[in-house]
Ligand binder design. Sequence first.
Ligand SMILES: Nc1ncnc2c1ncn2[C@@H]1O[C@H](COP(=O)(O)OP(=O)(O)OP(=O)(O)O)[C@@H](O)[C@H]1O
Ligand SMILES: O=P(O)(O)OC[C@H]1O[C@H](OP(=O)(O)OP(=O)(O)O)[C@H](O)[C@@H]1O
Ligand SMILES: [Mg+2]
Length: 313
Amino acid sequence: MSHLFNKDALQGRMLFAIPKKGRLYDKCVELLSGADIQFRRQNRLDVALVHNHPMALVFLPAADIPRFVGEGNVDLGITGQDMVAEAGEDVSRLVAEELELGFGKCSLQVQVPEADASLKEPKDLVGRKVATSFDKLAQEYFAQLDEQVNAANGGKEPKKTQIEYVGGSVEAACALGVADGIVDLVESGETMRACGLHAIGTLLASQAVLIRPVTPHARSNQSLIRLITSRIKGVIAASQYVLCQYNIHQNDLQEAIKVTPGRRAATVTPLGDKEWSAISAMVKKGDVATVMDRLGEVGATDIFTLALDNCRT
Ligand SMILES: Nc1ncnc2c1ncn2[C@@H]1O[C@H](COP(=O)(O)OP(=O)(O)OP(=O)(O)O)[C@@H](O)[C@H]1O
Ligand SMILES: O=P(O)(O)OC[C@H]1O[C@H](OP(=O)(O)OP(=O)(O)O)[C@H](O)[C@@H]1O
Ligand SMILES: [Mg+2]
């Protein structure tokens, strides 16, 4: 059997980079399954051949994926927008964001101990120590604050915030005396609160994204890249929308369609009773309850929604 790390095993295959572990991994595997990308990841192997397409999955640290995509080593990748930003301008200008995936949502925030009353806003950390895994973004952010604070001070005793890189468990840094504040990701806020920290500023909001090189590699199988991209878009749209159906009298049709305009347009089907039509339209999951309330108000009857398993838009 040829070894997967043998270059020949990957020859002619489209390469798709997936975070090898962590918060995004399970969601990515779910997405690949929804797009019918079939593979078996062998224990400890970071490459998996796809059985039903000339393609291979490469499992990489989320932080490395922007560079591999930007430099064209792989044709597609999934990572966080935070990772693309942290990779810096030299890399991010080579990376095109194809689609926001709607998971891995979090914000990169400045956090300080709640007990420290001297730290109320990010500027209060100027000249002090900040621990983070996002050292590039934190450097840029605090360099600007340093400048503002020093300018306001008339250039006397200029202060410089010290950014300390830590690889993980950043939230422990203040308690350990390593730093006065941290820059780290927050989703539910549970980690932050459990450590007696609170957020005093936000650097960016992030979610998982499908990315591709701005300039595709000459070897790339463009039609397969388009096919996979469109399948992933379908799975994501299906997870974000439901199909809403109802009956409506002709007199109320225009009002009802304003409530459910659909993605392109609502489907209007005549019923046996000529004064009535059946409508079906895609509705964002988060809007379903208010849309159904509004439809009731404009006279719709037999309103129901159907979950979408998969779709193409
Ligand atoms: N708590 C969270 N909620 C939502 N998304 C998150 C959260 N933490 C991280 N992410 C997203 O997932 C990406 C990868 O982070 P994650 O922590 O899973 O990877 P890692 O740090 O490489 O792995 P690990 O923490 O297991 O060492 C982040 O860049 C961010 O976009
Ligand atoms: O607001 P919350 O919902 O609590 O999520 C935020 C936490 O999630 C991430 O940590 P992760 O689990 O990846 O561990 P790590 O610190 O080892 O990266 C992040 O670094 C925070 O610590
Ligand atoms: Mg982590």
